[in-house]
Design a protein around this ligand. Structure first.
Ligand code: GCU
Length: 342
C-alpha cells in the first residue's frame, strides 16, 4: 500500500483530485458513495474501527449508501484530505488535532503540551460534550465539523542515535513535528530544531538523515517502520493529541433524521472499537519494536520537559481568552484523575 501513497494527489493535485472525485458521480447503482480518507495503514486501529463503521452502516442502510475507505494517504496528506472534506469532494477524513489548529484556533487547546494529567483525565475530557462540542463545531463555517474523536495515545521523542534523557539532549537535533504552530513553539522551547512535515515524509527523512528524530506514539515505530531507523524512544509524555473524524457539513445536513441517527451510532462505534483496539495495538507495537527492531525504551524524568513547556498554557490563554472556560473544565478532570505517578 505504501508504494501507492500520494499517487492520486501527485497526479492530480488537490484541486484536480477534488474535481475528479466529484466527477465520479458519487453514486453506485443508486447507492450514494460515502468516501472516508485517512493516513494510517490497513492494520492500524483507525482502519479497523472504520471498517466496523462500514459494516454497521451498510447493515442498516446498505441499499442507500456504499461506504468506501481510503487508507494510507491514498487521497493525500491530512491537510489535503481536510481540504477535500471541506469542499465535499470526499465526505469524511481522519485528521490529527494538530492539523486542525490551522483551520480553527479552538483546536489549539488540545495541542498544548502536558495539558492532561493522565490518560484517564484525557479520556474523560474528550468524552465530555461541554469540552469538545464548542471545539468540534467551530469549523462549521469552513464547511466541516468533527463527528467523533479517536485515541492516538501519548506522543514521545524518538531518535536515530541520541538517547533523550532531558531537554538538553534535544539541543541541535532536527526533530520532525506536525505542521502546527503549537508544535513548532514546543520544539523551540525544548531546544531542538523543529522540522515540520507531513506524516508520509517522515520515514524517508529519517532514513536519509534529513532529520535526527521525530515524536509520536509507539505505533509509528512499527506500523510506519520508524523503529527500523530510530533506536531510542523516550517516554517524556509531552502530548496526548487526539485524532478527529471530520465530516462535510452539507453531507451531514442532507441526511434524513433516521439516517443521521444511524450514522451517529456508527460514529460512537468508531470511537469504541478504536479505543479497544488501541490498547492492544500499543502493547503489540512495544513488543515488536523492542524485540524485532531493537528499539530501546527510556523512561526519563518528565518534570524538566513539562517545566520547559509550562509557559505555553498562559500564552495560549492570553492569545485565545475564549478558550479559558474549556481549559478550566479540563483542569477539573485533571484534579479527579491526577498523574499515575503521583
Ligand atoms: C499519529 C496520528 C496521525 C498523525 C501522525 C503525525 O500517527 O494518529 O493522525 O498524522 O501521528 O505525526 O502526523
Amino acid at each position: 500500500m505504501k508504494r501507492y501513497r500520494k499517487i492520486l494527489p501527485a497526479i492530480f493535485g488537490v484541486g484536480m483530485l477534488a474535481a475528479a472525485l466529484s466527477g465520479c458521480g458519487g453514486s453506485d447503482g443508486g447507492r450514494q458513495i460515502v468516501r472516508i480518507g485517512h493516513n494510517q495503514a490497513t492494520d492500524h486501529p483507525t482502519n479497523v474501527a472504520l471498517l466496523e463503521f462500514e459494516k454497521f452502516v451498510e447493515s442498516k442502510l446498505g441499499d442507500k449508501y456504499n461506504i468506501e475507505i481510503y487508507p494510507s494517504e491514498l487521497l493525500g496528506s491530512q491537510t489535503d484530505m481536510v481540504q477535500l472534506t471541506q469542499t465535499g469532494a470526499i465526505d469524511f477524513c481522519v485528521a490529527s488535532n494538530s492539523i486542525l489548529e490551522t483551520f480553527s484556533e479552538n483546536y489549539t487547546l488540545f495541542n498544548l503540551p502536558y495539558l492532561f494529567s493522565s490518560a484517564d483525565a484525557y479520556h474523560m475530557a474528550m468524552d465530555d460534550p461541554e469540552i469538545v462540542e464548542p471545539i468540534f463545531e467551530s469549523t462549521k463555517k469552513a464547511g466541516f465539523e468533527a463527528v467523533t474523536w479517536i485515541d492516538a495515545g501519548t506522543r514521545n521523542f524518538y531518535t536515530v542515535s541520541t538517547p533523550i534523557e532531558s531537554p538538553q539532549d534535544l539541543k541541535g537535533l532536527k526533530i520532525r513535528v506536525q505542521q502546527s504552530p503549537t508544535n513548532v513553539r514546543m520544539m523551540d522551547l525544548l531546544g531542538g530544531s523543529a522540522t515540520p512535515m507531513g506524516f508520509g515524509e517522515v520515514y524517508t527523512a529519517l532514513q536519509s538523515k534529513v532529520i535526527d528524530g521525530a515524536e509520536n506514539n509507539e505505533m509509528a515505530l512499527t506500523s510506519n517502520g520508524h523503529g527500523d531507523v530510530c533506536k531510542y524512544y523516550s517516554y517524556d509524555m509531552h502530548q496526548m493529541i487526539p485524532d478527529i473524524l471530520i465530516g462535510n457539513c452539507a453531507f451531514l445536513d442532507d441526511l434524513s433524521e433516521e439516517d443521521r441517527n444511524i450514522f451517529e451510532e456508527g460514529f460512537t462505534l468508531i470511537n469504541k472499537v478504536e479505543r479497544e483496539e488501541w490498547v492492544k495495538a500499543v502493547e503489540a507495537a512495544k513488543d515488536r519494536a523492542a524485540n524485532d527492531q531493537g528499539v530501546q525504551f527510556l523512561y526519563p524524568d518528565t518534570k524538566p520537559f513539562q517545566e520547559t513547556c509550562e509557559a505555553m498554557h498562559e500564552e495560549m490563554l492570553k492569545q485565545y481568552p475564549d478558550l479559558k472556560p474549556i481549559y478550566d473544565k479540563i483542569q477539573d478532570h485533571n484534579e479527579q484523575h491526577p498523574s499515575e505517578a503521583e
